[in-house]
Design a protein around this ligand. Structure first.
Ligand code: ADP
Ligand code: SF4
Length: 688
């Protein structure tokens, strides 16, 4: 790399115990929903990061023993030597591109439900397990602790044999035994493992010493530590016990990987932590208390922020999970002076939701994430065009923009026509809602790319109809015209009995709010039959603007689906703080000009309350009129994509646009047959 690169400091090697990272880019452990269930796909995800220039690529938390069984989730597994070959796929993939492979060993204590193994759950003290399973954990006695240390040591040896260079001891996210022993509310022991901080840290110290002793000569021993629970005096605080833990263990680990707990605070969404580098305040003093390298995270996508963190002595290594998912090639792009090509994470946590749903990882910004092995997709490489065909993409939302960009990258001539005065469709509008500004990156990244290409023509203020499409004479057409919200009271909960809406009732939809219309004065009801973010964020907007807001949902939580993106509790807390009147388990049955009627979702018992207007966040109708017109036009290609084909999340629209562009001019028989590769269970008897 040339010395003129302003980010040269980020490409200095860093020694970590017995191994050396080739630069400062460190992919910290993160889940993929692939893990031990889909090891080939997982290895391909990790290999892609190494190819993209990361110096260290970690896997996800890896169960060390059947008493730490995270089923049904697809995490790593290293119960015995039979798990080594699957992990070897990953270390080989990472080493093939010159990076170091790290493994996050974990015993999840009372966070493991042990649903597959039916083993007793272990914890420092007797307590309920921390999921909703009706189960309690047993307090570990001294023999259990000795056994646990042996399991951890054996797992470290197996990890070394699987080819890992860095082996983690993990005390973070309130999810592992090492962390549980440290936290006073979970550790009520009266022996040498309980009471004083020194006693509560004893187990972690032993794990670090055991791991050094077992593999120290060949592997580095990293320590992942949640320095602050972000609960003020109710939990561990970076300035108090968090700091004391660093002092106590100081130079014992070869690397400090420091973050905050719980997971929803560590992987905070842009809505609740809008700034990149939001964990810096918790990190800043760690380096003063250890001579070992420190890695930190905080949705770091800006090279300037990364540089300043190293220069200020906050970290030695730039940690990333989500930024490396959104763009596995961040290091390469910075190294090659292509900073403007970075596909920045928008902090939406759709990737996190995949893990929580037990499905392969997906990413709003990077549609190839999770598809490296099963579809053979590469984030930076796409097949060149098959012909000189000209293409027309109608609709410039996330689906249309992605489709146009990938067609253009393949070398096709692309015309992109957008009806409104700006590109971006729903992301342009939704990014103007509170806390969602970063979502505009979905459009910005693609527009920036498209504007630099000579084979692209971009048109706004161009609502096309069938005649105009015919006049253009382009025979390959992708229709990405999106959808609009229903106003008729029909939704998931009202399919049998649609909400009865009086003709003089004031009804709005999210489209009205997104287009800048505000409800009339007076109390406004928001009916959420959609259950992810939109109704909640509209409630926030209107409550902040001074409206009296009544939030009605048939679910038992506000924005219930947002449990999967780790936002639900934050959303509900925010609405409560804003004074929103929350009515869960209620179906909207009728609306009149000044009254709303809701019925209990279980008993049907009805209640009325005064309201001047209602925002219905129920279902969407697809914009298919133009597509239907074009069906008879004899076009060579006519494909409906994105929300116009199937209303969903932004991630779905981007994926649809990407897939359509990849499959364009691919033989149909091949595309139909080859949806994706699967990792099929080996039924051979000796495969158990
Ligand atoms: P998606 O998420 O599938 O990309 P969006 O609703 O975000 O869907 O975007 C669809 C875009 O298509 C909107 O910006 C809309 O203005 C545009 N659009 C709809 N109908 C037409 C049309 N006939 N011609 C051009 N653009 C259209
Ligand atoms: Fe970032 Fe969203 Fe992609 Fe996750 S899904 S990496 S939060 S853009």
């Amino acid at each position: 790399m040339s010395d003129a690169n302003p980010y040269a400091l980020l490409f200095e090697p860093v020694r970590i115990g017995p191994v050396t990272a080739r630069n400062r880019f460190y992919q910290v452990p993160h889940c993929t929903g692939l893990g031990h269930v889909r090891p080939r796909a997982d290895a391909a995800v990790r290999g892609m990061k190494a190819e993209g220039g990361w110096a260290v690529v970690s896997n996800q938390e890896t169960e060390i023993h059947p008493t730490s069984d995270l089923s049904p989730y697809a995490e790593g597994r290293l119960w015995d030597e039979r798990d080594i070959p699957a992990l070897r796929l990953m270390t080989d993939a990472v080493h093939a591109h010159g990076a170091l492979a790290a493994i996050q060993l974990a015993h999840n204590g009372n966070h493991a439900q042990n649903l597959l193994t039916r083993a007793p759950v272990l914890a420092p003290s007797e307590m309920s397990i921390d999921t909703s399973q009706p189960k309690q954990a047993q307090a570990m006695d001294k023999a259990d602790i000795r056994e646990f240390r042996r399991w951890h040591r054996d797992a470290a040896l197996r990890a070394r044999d699987a080819g890992f260079d860095i082996i983690y001891v993990y005390a973070g996210h309130n999810m592992t035994l090492a962390h549980h022993f440290m936290l006073p509310h979970m550790n009520q022991r009266s022996d040498e493992y309980g009471g004083s901080l020194e006693n509560r840290v004893r187990l972690t110290r032993e794990l670090l010493e055991d791991t050094h002793e077992a593999v120290g000569g060949s592997c580095a021993v990293a320590f992942r530590f949640a320095i602050d629970e972000m609960m003020g005096a109710d939990g561990m605080q970076a300035a108090e016990e968090g700091r004391a833990v660093v002092e106590l263990l100081s130079d014992l680990p070869d690397l400090w990987d420091v973050n905050v707990a719980n997971w929803s605070n560590d992987s905070a969404t842009t809505r609740f932590q809008p700034e990149d580098g939001y964990q810096n305040a918790f990190l800043s003093h760690v380096k003063q208390m250890t001579r070992k390298p420190v890695v930190g995270v905080g949705r770091l996508t800006s090279p300037d922020m990364m540089l300043s963190m190293v220069k200020k002595g906050i970290v030695d290594l730039i940690g990333a999970a989500r930024p490396s998912i959104a763009d596995p090639f961040i290091p390469k792009k910075i190294e090659e002076g292509r900073v403007d090509e970075i596909r920045e994470c928008i902090g939406c946590n759709i990737c996190v939701s995949s893990d929580n749903l037990g499905i392969p990882i997906r990413c709003t910004q990077n549609p190839t994430m999770g598809e490296e092995w099963r579809r053979g997709w590469h984030p930076e490489i796409i097949a060149p065009k098959e012909s000189d065909a000209e293409t027309l993409v109608i609709g410039g939302g996330p689906a249309g923009l992605e489709c146009a960009m990938q067609l253009a990258r393949r070398g096709y001539q692309v015309t992109l026509a957008e009806a409104s005065s700006e590109f971006g469709g729903r992301v342009a509008k939704e990014s103007r809602l509170p806390g969602l500004a970063a979502w505009s990156r979905v459009a910005d990244h693609r527009l920036n790319d498209l504007k630099q290409r000579g084979n692209v023509q971009l048109f706004t203020d161009s609502r096309l109809d069938g005649e105009q499409v015919a006049e253009l004479g382009i025979e390959h057409v992708f229709v990405a015209t999106g959808c609009h919200w229903r106003k008729d009271g029909i939704g998931r909960s009202t399919q049998r009995h649609p909400t009865i809406i009086a003709s003089d009732a004031e009804v709005l939809t999210p489209d009205d709010i997104l287009n800048g219309t505000l409800p009339p004065e007076g109390p406004v009801t928001i009916y959420d039959d959609d259950h992810i973010y939109l109704a909640g964020v509209i409630a926030e907007k209107l409550a902040t603007a001074g409206y009296q807001v009544i939030f009605v949902t048939p679910e038992s939580l506000v924005s219930a689906y947002a449990v999967n993106t780790l936002e639900q509790s934050h959303i509900q807390a925010r609405l409560i703080e804003l004074g929103v009147d929350i009515r869960c388990n209620q179906v909207l049955t009728a609306l009149q000009s000044d009254v709303a009627r809701i019925g209990c979702a279980f008993t049907g018992r009805e209640t009325d309350f005064p309201c001047a207007s209602t925002v219905l966040v129920t279902e969407r109708r697809r914009e298919t009129a133009l597509y239907n017109t074009l069906k008879g036009a004899g076009l060579k290609t006519l494909e409906l994509i994105g929300d116009a084909a199937s209303p969903g999340l932004i991630v779905d629209a981007v994926f649809a646009g990407h897939r359509a562009a990849r499959d364009f001019e691919r033989p149909k028989a091949e595309a139909d047959k080859d949806w994706f590769r699967r990792e099929i269970i080996d039924l051979a008897e000796d495969a158990s």
